[in-house]
Design a protein around this ligand. Structure first.
Ligand code: SF4
Length: 107
């Protein structure tokens, strides 16, 4: 099923090649999807040394990954980032309102 998701995302033009460089390849999945209350320290340590952490974070945020450790962040930590981005988007002013006015004079 996960392979199908990746294939579907790639079909939409979303580059998933970064996963080839994931530090978690071959790691025990239970580290990244721990039981409730279990330590996430080992998984987060693997993530912090991963060369594609930024790409992984964007994927997890954009695809609203609900479970597990992605890019050294728990679902709660990723939810906070999504909320902050939503707030920033809603309070951002349209570019045309923030750009300086240009007044043209005839002739
Ligand atoms: S940041 Fe963590 S979860 Fe993401 S690809 Fe790297 S090791 Fe895997």
């Amino acid at each position: 099923m996960f392979e199908n998701l990746i294939e579907a995302l790639e079909a939409e033009g979303i580059d998933m090649a970064w996963q080839d460089f994931a530090n978690c390849r071959g790691a025990d999945p239970d580290l990244f999807f721990p039981e409730r209350g279990a330590s996430t320290r080992t998984a987060k340590g693997i993530c912090r040394e991963c060369s594609v952490q930024a790409e992984c974070l964007e994927f997890a945020i954009v695809s609203s990954e609900k479970f597990g450790i992605w890019a050294a962040l728990s679902e709660r930590e990723r939810r906070k980032i999504r909320k902050e981005r939503r707030i920033a988007q809603n309070t951002a002013k349209p570019a045309e309102l923030t750009a300086p006015l240009t007044i043209r004079t005839g002739t």
